[in-house]
Design a protein. Structure first.
Length: 252
């Protein structure tokens, strides 16, 4: 087996944002002769492509901008014991210079509810369709967090997520509420600024300090309520907001 490596040196006159790629598109682009037979050999395997390389300015690596997602869950009531509840959506936008690789991101829980008793687990997803809801096509990022404390930090470390240059992803924090816990209490998630994300430029290798709106993004409150009750005369939907006010709507 023979292997060929292509090496390129780029001149000082290369322009920032120029990009380069090696492509082997057709089998006829390589020809050879068998050493014993002296016959032309057949070549197979095309096409294949090398990775894109992009020229970046020395000392000016790429960028990462984090903002509230366009479909961030709104202030609302959520049923006690609700699972797979989308709580907080952020948008991660890479600049046009280079891909951005994220190895850790940390969120912060807040609200009157005691997350140590009221949550079974918290997960982070790439919200592929960007709708602020957990659906089948969304992709989990990092590990499921359990054994949480009240107002705990949510550390998704040891991850390896690439935001492609010039593109963005939306990420979604998802709660599994514990059964029978937290009625009337509130819950929300925050992203407390650039110190809470670890990122490097994929080409430059430089540490990237994210740009965050006001260095703080705050999600909306979800309030837990017992949404439904069964009575001898039928079902009733119960809305409790705030704690003391209880409104019962007959559902026929
Ligand atoms: Ca709390
Ligand atoms: Ca989704």
């Amino acid at each position: 087996v023979g292997k060929f490596n292509w090496h390129s040196s780029y001149s000082q006159r290369a322009n920032v944002n120029d990009w380069f790629q090696q492509k082997f598109l057709y089998n006829w682009q390589i020809s050879g002769t068998g050493q014993s037979t002296q016959s032309a050999v057949s070549v197979a395997g095309a096409p294949f492509l090398g990775g894109l390389k992009k020229i970046v300015a020395s000392g000016s690596p790429g960028s990462l901008t984090i903002s509230a997602g366009g479909s961030n869950p709104v202030t609302r009531n959520v049923a006690v014991g609700q699972k797979d509840e989308g709580m907080f959506q952020v948008k991660l936008q890479a600049g046009s210079t280079e891909h951005i690789d994220i190895s850790s991101i940390t969120f912060k829980m807040n609200g009157s509810g005691d997350e140590s008793s009221d949550l079974d687990s918290v997960r982070l997803y790439q919200d592929v369709d960007g709708d602020g809801l957990l659906d089948a096509g969304d992709i989990q990022i990092g590990s499921t967090l359990t054994g949480l404390s009240d107002n705990d930090s949510l550390v998704f470390g040891g991850i390896n997520e690439r935001i492609v240059w010039g593109n963005y992803e939306t990420w979604l924090v998802v709660y599994d509420f514990a059964d029978g816990q937290g009625e009337g209490d509130t819950y929300r998630v925050e992203f407390q600024g650039s110190a809470n994300v670890t990122a490097v430029g994929a080409t430059s290798g430089s540490n990237i300090t994210a740009t965050v709106d006001n260095d703080l993004i705050i999600g909306s409150y979800a309030t837990l309520s017992t949404m439904w009750a069964v009575w001898p005369w039928g079902w009733e939907m119960i809305i409790r907001y705030p704690k003391k006010l209880r409104l019962m709507l007959p559902v026929r």
